[in-house]
Design a binder for this molecule. Sequence first.
Ligand code: URA
Ligand code: SF4
Length: 352
Amino acid sequence: MVEALREELADLTASVRAFLEWHAATGADGLPGHPSALHEALGASSPDGGPPAPRRAERGFAGLDAPSPPASRGGSGAAFAPPEQRSAAAAVSPPHPEQRPAAAAVSPPHPEQRSAEAQAARSPVQAQRGPEPSRPAVSAASSPRAEPAARANAPQPVTPEERVTRLALLAEEVRTCQKCPLHEGRTHTVFSRGSPLSEIVFVGEGPGAEEDLQGEPFVGPAGQLLDKMIAAMGYQRDGVYICNIVKCRPPKNRKPEPAEMATCSPYLASQLALIKPKVIVALGATAVQGLIGTTEGITKLRGTWKLYKGSIPIMPTFHPAYLLRQPSAKREVWSDLKEVMRHLGKSAPDRG
Ligand code: URA
Ligand code: SF4
């Protein structure tokens, strides 16, 4: 059992190393935040080099064909459109050096942009509305004049291999977790899918029926729409990291209780601390609630930057399951995702 886990970790470590070597050989700087999207961006300059279709889309699912707003309306009609419409934009997206120093990961994003007032209006840190978590612990730890004790507590940089290993160990811990009543009804725990090197993390609410069966987040109908959203942003399906607030399926797909979210939240906190994404996309009100505690409705929250633990910008948006019921809301979601891409320095595919 321990032996098997060790072998699995060795495999994982080997594949990360192979990937990193490959990546170094292609000449890209540093570590890719979203390796596959970078690969895509590089390849997309050829006429047929657009992002590959999400794997799951090949299986087909009627819900995915829900109509999007027409292209003539404000340019947002390309939301979750076929990749060929986006290849040009993908080609001009700059790659992102990923190996940020630890301090950068806890600093407000794009400080140079915030000097301009126009930019400040959409800076995640300054544009947030409503009460935000305070940031003293973070700034103390990242300040050069930090108290010795704070400095000693500052997180040490984690290598990509360590990151993968620690996440695998954490997933293993979650697999046997019985800390809240949700463990009683689960078939599988659902820890994550996608790349731990991603600069963007999507956070959902909790596993549904299909996720519980497969042990992977967002593999059911909502997941297939999420895959389209991810592809529309120019990422590969597995180039981003996806997880949930709770790792076990709530009975009858009810919302997780606040107590369940609180019990499970250290796992998510560890995932985010290891990945240190540049942006979190919170899918639906429960995801935002689980991340920052607010109980405000998603209609009010969406499209406005929040902060996770005073350091990671969160973009709240509608949950894809809601979009399946309300396809017209794709327009708002696409606007939120474009804001995320702006923040990441990627051009939005459908901006002229
Ligand atoms: N909905 C979620 O919030 N998470 C999943 O993993 C699947 C559906
Ligand atoms: Fe443990 Fe989270 Fe599952 Fe509850 S939901 S049993 S805290 S893993």
